[in-house]
Design a protein around this ligand. Sequence first.
Ligand SMILES: NCCCC(=O)O
Length: 246
Amino acid sequence: MKPVIGIPGNILTNFSPRYTSLPITYTPHGFIEGLQTAGALPVVFPISKEEDAKHYVKSVDAVLLAGGQDVSPLTYGEEPHIKLQDTSLIRDQFEIAVIKEAWTQNKPVLAICRGLQIFNVAFGGTLYQDVSLIPDLNLQHVQESTPETAAHSITIENDSWLGQLYGAKALVNSYHHQAIKQLATNLRPVAWSNDGLIEAFESKDDQHITVGVQWHPELMIHNSEAAQGLFNAYVKTVRDWKNNQD
Ligand SMILES: NCCCC(=O)O
């Protein structure tokens, strides 16, 4: 059986000047294609009431958290900095409910870019609202080159899921202006950029399968075996985990 992977979606309100009153529920296609190529069945969860999160999570084998808007600082007790960009509090609230349910139901989670950031916030972590607020920042984290191009290197913990996949070093693209400040206590950092930003985390305990990455593998799947390899490895992990549950 192919594993079913739920992706909390987003709402596009301005997809066409002719249809301004026709909001569209969507997720970027790279996440769909990466999972389908890896042998999974992706489904999109529409932004919904928080109490519905448990039903959505129960209906799938695993979750993928996609990229998108900035996480609202109201979710981690801060006021909006002047450099904060577009936010969606209803998306944040539903995704936090999905994340907590996935943790409670012990379902694997792959969290990408904003997904990594909101997973961290869901369990009490905080964010830099803009990378310019980070002391000693010296890398381009919003790359000027095209998205399928790797922009900087990361150093990876050997003793981690990502380390098993990539080894001690990898090249990644970079499209984020927010970043992890305080990491949630149930997570451990497993990859860093050369200027010290957390580029990936995993769960601290052995019971939960959680992988968060700050880069965008879904934008590199046509150009990088390593990028599609992340989706392949995640789907294999979900399939193995599912077989162990049966
Ligand atoms: N907008 C939130 C995810 C990417 C970023 O940090 O810019």
